[in-house]
Design a protein around this ligand. Structure first.
Ligand code: NOJ
Length: 459
């Protein structure tokens, strides 16, 4: 399944309309100095009002699928209890419009815009959040489950907890200690489990997964030793202090203990926290029960993963069994200065499907570039075409070798609000002029449409 992805706060706008409740990003953006260009998602791409045009664009491009998120507070202004019918109807109409144009909808229930009312009750620190999230998941899946058959529970807990509760770089901007942060992660995992149960009840023939992220390590050489080293490094959980190997680029293993993969995905797919992570986090690990782990470990239909950038390793005779191979000077970087590492779209799906035994969805992949409309009215984002082609060729290699791949979602359909970067990073295959709200297909949109229509054959 080939498509593109977006998220509610990044594109919808209409932040204070039709009964929508306030969320943590509404509040965060109003705080001085939080967003690089001082902007907010108040208007964003005005998708709330322009969704028919946006769906028509998807159809014009030739997308087969569209991954979007529902805004919890637009549907339930207080996070629980009363339902805002206008908000829920917006998503219902969007779904109808998509189906009408032959675009399959994929819903993400939570892409970071937590209702402010729930934040004031402690947000992810409050153990009740599993009940709140289950209630919301029930409302959405009961309303849309007759037409929407693909569901993702949460997008990137690494970021909404890691950066929301640990580094403070993203809403709600908290800087808690490790034990609190691990507690919040545990609550998010429980909430995931409860929401899977709610979706299964609301949409019995639905398929369910999650959309975590992470950075994949890939081998310097395709030797058994380097491959084993890359696998180990990919799932490594950095602890604190001397056991933390550090890293040379922002995507390699870092000093940030919440920036890892397996602490989030092993509980989902294997029903336990990774042994090495338990050792790394030691007494900071929250108390939990066997029942907790069973609840978290709900049967899932696929393994979604957002992959952008990775790092190279080789086998080493040290305490870790691997060491990072620094990128050569002057290696390609995106506008965001993220390393271009197409290999991760082969090694990521391979490592994930081997470890978890599930079909893979790349729920996000793409790049920001400094795009503008040229004198002829075109947007020649050839670097993006080259980036996506290189990544997809690696993904294709994984398919050819028999790894189970279900789909790919390019981030993003539209240029949009890139969180603390504001509107400075353009990730879209469709250009948005934020002054006029004019949409223009970039060259990459035309190129990607052919990939979607040919099921990757034209790669
Ligand atoms: C991942 C996030 O899910 C999305 O919201 C963000 O815009 C992209 N990465 C690019 O940073």
């Amino acid at each position: 399944m080939w498509g593109a992805a977006t998220a509610s706060y990044q594109i919808e706008g209409a932040a204070y309309e039709d009964g929508k409740g306030e969320n943590i990003w509404d509040v965060f953006c109003r705080e001085e100095g939080r967003i690089a260009d001082g902007s907010s998602g108040d208007i964003a791409c005005d998708h709330y009002h322009r969704y028919p045009e946006d769906v028509a664009i998807m159809s014009e491009i030739g997308l087969r699928a569209y991954r979007f998120s529902t805004s919890w507070g637009r549907i339930m202004p207080d996070g629980v209890g009363a339902i805002n019918t206008k908000g829920l109807d917006f998503y219902s109409q969007l779904v109808d419009e998509l189906l009408d144009k032959g675009v399959t909808p994929y819903i993400t229930l939570f892409h970071w815009d937590l209702p402010q009312a729930l934040h004031l009750k402690g947000g992810w620190m409050n153990p009740d959040i599993q009940n709140w999230f289950a209630e919301y998941a029930a409302v959405v899946s009961e309303k849309l489950g007759d037409r929407v058959k693909h569901w993702f529970t949460q997008n990137e807990p690494q970021v909404f907890i890691g950066h929301g509760y640990c580094t403070g770089a993203k809403a709600p901007g908290l800087r808690y200690g490790l034990s609190d942060v691990l507690q919040a992660i545990h609550h998010s995992l429980l909430a995931h489990g409860r929401s899977v149960q709610a979706i299964r009840a609301g949409c019995p023939d639905g398929l369910v997964g999650a959309a975590p992220t992470g950075t994949v390590a890939f081998p310097e050489n395709e030797t058994e030793a380097d491959i084993a080293a890359a696998r180990k490094a990919t799932f490594y959980v950095p602890g604190r202090g001397p056991n933390n190997p550090g890293g040379t680029n922002s995507w390699s293993v870092s000093q940030e203990p919440t920036w890892n993969i397996s602490w989030y995905t092993d509980p989902l797919f294997l029903g336990n926290y990774p042994e090495q992570g338990l050792m790394a986090f030691g007494s900071d690990v929250p108390k939990y029960t066997e029942e907790d782990m069973q609840l978290i470990h709900q049967p899932l239909d696929f393994c979604g993963i957002n992959l952008y950038s990775g790092w190279q390793v080789r086998a080493a005779d040290n305490a870790f069994g691997w060491e990072e191979v620094p990128m050569p000077q002057g290696s390609p970087l995106t506008a965001f200065k993220w390393p271009v590492t197409p290999e991760i779209l082969y090694w990521g799906p391979r490592f994930f499907s081997e470890r978890y035994g599930k079909p893979i969805y790349i729920t996000e992949n793409g790049m920001s570039s400094n795009d503008w409309v040229d004198a002829e009215g075109r947007i020649g984002d050839y670097a993006r075409i080259d980036f996506v082609r290189a990544y997809l060729r690696q993904y294709k290699r994984a398919a050819e070798e028999g790894y189970p791949l279900d789909g790919y979602f390019l981030w993003s359909l539209l240029d949009n609000f890139e969180w603390p970067e504001g509107y400075r990073e353009r990730f879209g295959i469709v250009h948005v002029d934020y002054t006029t709200q004019k949409r223009t297909l970039k060259e990459s949109a035309k190129w990607y449409g052919e990939i979607c229509q040919s099921n990757g054959e034209s790669l």
